[in-house]
Design a protein around this ligand. Structure first.
Ligand code: WT7
Length: 664
């Protein structure tokens, strides 16, 4: 629960506004990493200019580092909204992740290091070489074909963090079947919604997945989803936890039964650069989550280069890269699998929780595997801080060379702690701002080049024409808040919202003409550094995960006891933002703690555990304007317990607010 100790949003914003400490890339970095790709700010600035002035030259040189079955005709042939990159080019991203490495003589290099959660004296570890990965991916691809999957069919993947998750994703890419990965924390209703939207008939899942010593019943959730949708006719099930599951003959197929007997070779489908690679659902301000579409060529080139330069990945230098995200989020797609494998640095996947069996698990992993690049979220860093320095201090973390963060603004205290306690003040921190829609890093330091300041994601990556503007698209002044936009397309721009062109145009390309609207507000300081200030829509960022307040509200009012609900974000010590919900109850329903628990559980079942309100208040009425709009800013104050000097002249019923404040 949110208590006294919660970080106040206000004080965080103030400390960010006054933050002026500058940290140059550590002198030792170049040597420790084995050569910085971009070794100075001058080098960055010169190349950045070139990437903006001559994007076609810049991106064709990068694309030439990868394999294409047929070369493209035009690098960028169309800008917003119907963006097209590398038109005419043919390639396959699975080929570039796996086969290309084998063809270059690196079949025996490690592609994936996997560590399971259970820890009985020692953890279960698997290391897959590129050749191993090739065999497994081909078997899975052949199994999918046997199950009737064809190029263009959407395959839903709902699995835990096991190697077979990466294998399934790559198998889909190999045969040209776009995947739609659903995070294992989502509910059966959420699975059904996504399956229906994507018109997907096959789901790949596991019997269960390990989380903090317990089994998450993934297969049961898929079974339950089939009650909400009739589309699912095939369920491919990996045995992981050996928990009891129900079985439906004719629909359910064991992974080992079908994959093990397949041929270890499967030709890669030749994909047009603009063929869809995957769909990934993310929350918006209205309606159900939207399916963000990414295509093959541009996404491949962009995630390859950002991985290489932002993390300074160098093959053959004993680098081991670890991103702690789940593959169910865009971070896992781009920076565990697709951007990493073409760079030939082993990518580490960890199955479970950061505090199992104890709070030092992550640092134990870093030490045992000699992790060199480590990428995590501010919410995790805040939890580590709270758990205490003794956990990281027990371990030798000297292998670390680059530290990354992603998902939400990082408070300067957490940044400083990360730098000192985890990085021994020797590792540059890359605070990467980007989104599901952008496919890859957009604003980020480069570890050997960019001076960093705690809380700022610094400068645009190459080819990214980012700006802070007003509604007319004019740049606002230094340190003035405005809309964060991108003025030119980049290779991994989203290509659409699946099945909803209007929502695509409306959300990203209507408020400011000819520019991509990110949905964040930001400011740019006197040194050209960007600072993210927050969302401009009704989206909240809970532990680095996006949730629409409307989604949570709809779920609350779908419960028979609730007639009206308003959901707002509230500062939270660990999550960054927590969820506060205000509900008015149907007549005859009495408020109670039992009902609060029931409503939380209901939201968990409708969306997933991450959407459960941290604070839930019952109220006779919600504060509204005379025209009937819920006054969320007032609710935010009530939830945060801050005294507001807010203008309440438009509030319809003053007593509502007083009652809400009193009710604790
Ligand atoms: C939203 C995108 C990109 C992968 C994880 C989230 C916020 C993301 C940062 C950062 C400040 C950040 C923004 C953005 N965000 N990274 N480094 N600093 N804010 O992906 O779920 O698509 O959410 O997360 O508000 O719009 P996502």
């Amino acid at each position: 629960m949110i208590g006294e100790s919660q970080m106040s949003e206000q004080s965080n914003i103030e400390s960010i506004l006054t933050e002026s400490r500058v940290f140059e890339p550590p002198q030792s970095f170049n040597e420790r990493i084995g050569g910085a790709y971009i070794p100075s700010l001058e080098a960055y600035e010169e190349l950045y200019r070139r990437s903006i002035d001559s994007p076609n030259d810049f991106w064709s040189e990068v694309a030439d580092e990868l394999d294409w079955f047929e070369k493209w005709n035009t690098v960028c042939s169309s800008g917003f909204p119907d963006v097209k990159w590398f038109e005419g080019g043919k390639t396959n991203l699975c080929h570039n992740c796996v086969d290309r490495q084998i063809n270059m003589g690196h079949g025996d290099d490690i592609a994936i290091i996997w560590e399971g959660e259970p820890y009985d004296g020692a953890p279960e570890i698997k290391k897959l070489t590129y050749s191993d990965l090739h065999a497994e991916v081909c078997k899975c691809a052949n199994a999918l074909k046997e199950l009737g999957v064809k190029k263009g069919d959407v395959v839903t993947i709902y699995m835990g963090m096991v190697p077979e998750l990466a294998i399934a994703v790559l198998a889909c890419a190999r045969i040209g079947a776009p995947h739609s990965v659903i995070f294992g924390g989502f509910s059966s209703q959420a699975i059904a919604d996504r399956v229906e939207d994507a018109k997907s008939t096959i789901v790949i899942t596991c019997d269960g997945s390990w989380r903090r010593g317990s089994v998450v019943p993934l297969k049961d959730n898929v079974d339950a989803a089939t009650q909400f949708t009739e589309l699912i006719d095939t369920v491919l099930v990996l045995k992981r936890c050996e928990n009891d599951i129900n079985w439906q003959d004719g629909r359910d197929v064991w992974w080992h039964d079908i994959c093990d007997r397949q041929d270890e070779d499967c030709q890669c489908e030749s994909m047009d650069a603009e063929d869809m690679l995957f769909l990934l659902y993310t929350s918006g301000s209205t309606g159900k989550p939207k399916g963000i579409m990414h295509t093959t060529g541009g996404y491949m080139v962009y995630t390859y280069l950002t991985s290489k330069w932002v993390f300074n990945l160098i093959p053959g230098k004993d680098h081991v890269y670890w991103c702690t995200a789940d593959v169910g989020w865009i971070t896992g797609h781009s920076y565990i699998i697709y951007g990493l494998l073409p760079n030939r640095v082993p990518t580490l996947m960890y199955e479970g929780a950061p505090n199992f069996p104890d709070a030092a698990r992550f640092w134990d992993i870093v030490e045992r595997h000699n992790v060199t690049q480590f990428y995590t979220a501010p919410t995790a860093i805040r939890a580590f801080m709270k758990w205490g320095d003794e956990h990281p201090n027990k371990h030798d973390l000297s292998s670390l060379k680059v530290l990354g963060t992603v998902g939400e603004p990082i408070n300067p205290e957490a940044w400083m702690w990360y730098r000192k306690v985890i990085g021994n003040s020797e590792c540059p921190i890359v605070d990467t701002w980007w989104q599901t829609e952008t496919g890859g890093h957009m604003l980020t330091p480069l570890p050997g080049a960019t001076p960093t300041t705690p809380g700022s994601c610094t400068r645009p990556f190459f080819g990214i024409d980012a700006a802070v503007v007003d509604d007319d698209g004019n740049e606002v002044g230094e340190n003035e808040g405005g809309l964060l936009v991108v003025r030119q397309s980049w290779p991994s721009t989203l290509r659409g919202v699946f099945g909803d062109r209007d929502r695509f145009i409306e959300t990203y390309f209507s408020r400011v003409e000819d520019m991509y609207l990110a949905g964040d507000s930001a400011r740019k300081d006197e040194r050209g550094n960007f600072w993210i200030m927050g969302r401009i829509d009704d989206v909240i960022n809970v532990s680095g995960h996006r949730l629409g307040t409307m989604e949570v509200e709809s779920s609350l009012v779908s419960h028979e006891s609730v007639v009206e609900a308003a959901v707002v974000g509230v500062p939270h010590e660990i999550k960054g933002t927590g969820i506060a919900a205000f509900c008015t109850l149907a007549s005859g329903i009495e408020p109670s703690d039992v009902l609060k628990d029931a409503l939380r559980k209901h939201v968990g079942e409708e969306i997933g555990a991450i959407a459960k309100p941290d604070i839930l208040k019952f109220t006779d009425a919600l504060p509204k304007t005379r025209s009937g709009k819920i006054m969320r800013r007032l609710l935010r104050d009530v939830a945060a317990g801050t005294d507001s000097n807010q203008d309440v002249t438009t509030l319809e019923d003053f007593t509502v607010l007083a009652k809400l404040r009193d009710e604790e």
